[in-house]
Design a protein. Structure first.
Length: 594
């Protein structure tokens, strides 16, 4: 009976894996909704991008045009353009409209923001399960889901309720890309990679390096094996065609200019030309490996040289911000710094699993060198190597690197666990698998950090973090609605949260297309009071809002001793600022500007 049961379970894992993965996703989603219910209830959108995403959806549902992505409540009346697209707005808006049939508009938003991030998680789980089934074993996919949920902490944070920014959908596209790279069916594999890359780039350019790497891997497969022409041809068609369709359907009015930070005519031309060249190569497919290699190099050179000649403005930073803004803001964004510049307690847990996954992928690729899965493992190993290298460029590559490490970690587990489970010693059979899981999933890194007395936040850092949390708290911000609606001059990092929770408008948010307003806020708080007043009046602000000890406030004081904000924080008064009374215990100080 045990054998029959085991056989039945094995059959279910092999044949009903899609249904079982979706059941596992529903269970994980239910747990996250339960665990984060307080955040959902209070609409605790922790990141500025999450707040701005909701404002973008609200504007669209409120009648703003499909192609008009200007945020008019930031730096009114002109507003400023957001470089995103509306792709990610669709599921959020759909959920809001659905829940409005049963609950209040406010609760419809809260539920939508809680559920929307969990939708791309289902795609990631299905794609990782498919990858592991193809490369490790048809019944190994449950281990991939366990590693993802328990050990990919940086990845899973992107799918938590209220995390409605677009990064989770881009991770879903990346997971589909990997599944397509190792798909033995050429047509389906090329279609997956091409469409996933096109959708991801239509959402935003954050995954552009990974999309380029995927294209390089598919081209290398064709160079090595001319029988891969079908995969390359379908990839080329879907990449160019999908990119063009994404531009037509989702590119905003502002993104029709020759900008470098989104899918504009600049990058659309790259996709179309790359797709056309790759399609021509696939249709020709000369027998000589040297000729195929030469064609690929020539195609790459045409794209690179053409890009440099036609779009020289895009050879530098895609954000195209001023040197001053780069120095005072963009260069200091934590997630944009290399992982090695972060504290050890932050970097070590993020990097551990990607390194383990890379080792596993390399070992598995070597072991599979004489099997049909060799090409798939080689693709995964190349992609995982690229993801680990990306960590040395920006820490924001952590979620993708951890997710891409899952197949390699599962491969190592598949090699080691059977030996441990069949060991003669009962102690090894019981304790060995547990220890192996803790090591192979990188969980030991997080456990070790808790006990290592290094890089621990000091009292000052803890105090600033607590103060920042209070400044962004929904219940605190709602008290500001007792003051009649006005344009409020406040911190850059507080602006998106302020316009989301209150009826007030703000001047700036941390977005590079809002660069002039960001500099104005920095100049106002850092320079003398007369200049501060002039800047505030120029923006039409009638209220000044500060939150002492918020992280941004400490920067103004440290950088500009004796400046306007430093003097205000030390109790100075100015005849053009009249204090506005707020509720007792409020973390804010508000003034009327005259």
């Amino acid at each position: 009976m045990i054998a029959t049961g085991s056989t039945g379970l094995r059959r279910d894992l092999e044949q009903r894996w899609v249904t079982l993965v979706l059941i596992a996703w529903l269970a994980v989603a239910a747990w996250f909704l339960h665990e984060r219910w307080t955040a959902i209830r209070w609409l605790s959108l922790g990141d500025t991008d999450d707040n701005m995403r909701l404002m973008q959806v609200r504007a669209w549902l409120g009648g703003q045009g499909w192609y008009d992505l200007r945020q008019y409540r930031m730096n009114p009346p002109a507003g400023f353009d957001i470089h995103w697209s509306r792709i990610v707005d669709l599921p959020i808006a759909g959920l809001i409209l659905f829940f409005r049939q049963f609950v209040s508009p406010s609760w419809a938003e809260r539920l939508a923001c809680g559920i929307a991030p969990l939708l791309p998680l289902s795609v990631v789980m299905l794609a990782l399960a498919a990858t592991v089934r193809r490369l490790v074993a048809p019944i190994a996919w449950p281990l991939a889901l366990i590693v993802l949920v328990t050990s990919c902490n940086a990845t899973m944070l992107m799918f938590m309720p209220e995390r409605i920014d677009h990064h989770n959908w881009q991770l879903a596209c990346l997971a589909v890309t990997v599944a397509g790279l190792c798909d033995p069916r050429q047509g389906r594999g090329g279609l997956q990679v091409g469409l996933a890359s096109a959708v991801s780039l239509s959402i935003g350019l954050e995954m552009l390096p990974y999309a380029a790497m995927a294209g390089a891997i598919i081209t290398l497969r064709w160079i090595w094996t001319p029988g891969e022409a079908k995969r390359l041809a379908i990839y080329a068609l879907t990449l160019g065609g999908g990119g063009g369709l994404g531009f037509l359907l989702f590119a905003s009015y502002a993104n029709r200019a020759m900008r470098c930070d989104a899918l504009t005519p600049v990058w659309l031309s790259v996709l179309v030309v790359a797709g056309a060249l790759l399609l021509a190569m696939a249709l020709w497919s000369p027998r000589s490996l040297a000729v195929r290699l030469g064609l690929a190099v020539a195609a790459g050179a045409v794209i690179a040289v053409g890009f440099a000649l036609l779009f020289p403005q895009c050879l530098g930073r895609p954000e195209q911000v001023s040197p001053e803004l780069a120095r005072t803001w963009l260069d200091n964004v934590r997630e944009a710094k290399p992982l090695y510049k972060h504290p050890f307690r932050v970097a070590f847990p993020i990097a551990t699993l990607p390194v383990i996954g890379l080792i596993g992928a390399l070992v598995a690729a070597w072991q599979a060198r004489h099997r049909s899965s060799a090409v798939g493992w080689t693709a995964v190993a190349l992609f995982t190597s690229f993801a680990v290298a990306m960590l040395a460029w920006q820490a924001r590559a952590g979620p993708a690197a951890q997710m891409l490490a899952v197949p390699g970690a599962v491969a190592l587990a598949a090699m080691i666990l059977p030996w441990l489970l069949n060991h003669r010693s009962p102690l090894v059979r019981v304790g060995g698998p547990v220890a192996a899981f803790v090591v192979l999933t990188g969980m030991f890194a997080g456990l070790a950090i808790r006990w290592l007395p290094i890089d621990r936040p000091n009292a000052y850092t803890r105090r600033v973090n607590a103060a920042t949390g209070e400044c962004l708290r929904t219940s605190r911000l709602l008290t500001l609605n007792r003051v009649p609606a006005a344009t409020v001059f406040t911190f850059v990092d507080l602006g998106p949260r302020l316009i989301t929770i209150t009826h007030h408008d703000a001047i700036a948010g941390p977005y590079h297309r809002n660069g002039d307003a960001i500099l104005d806020v920095q100049h106002a708080f850092g320079r003398n009071p007369a200049e501060a007043r002039a800047i505030m009046k120029r923006h039409g602000a009638t209220l000044l809002l500060v939150c002492p000890n918020m992280a941004e406030a400490t920067i103004y004081r440290a950088r500009n001793p004796g400046g306007f904000y430093d003097r205000l924080a030390h109790g100075a008064t100015f005849d053009w600022l009249t204090p506005v009374p707020l509720v007792r215990g409020s973390p804010y100080r508000m003034f009327r500007i005259s």
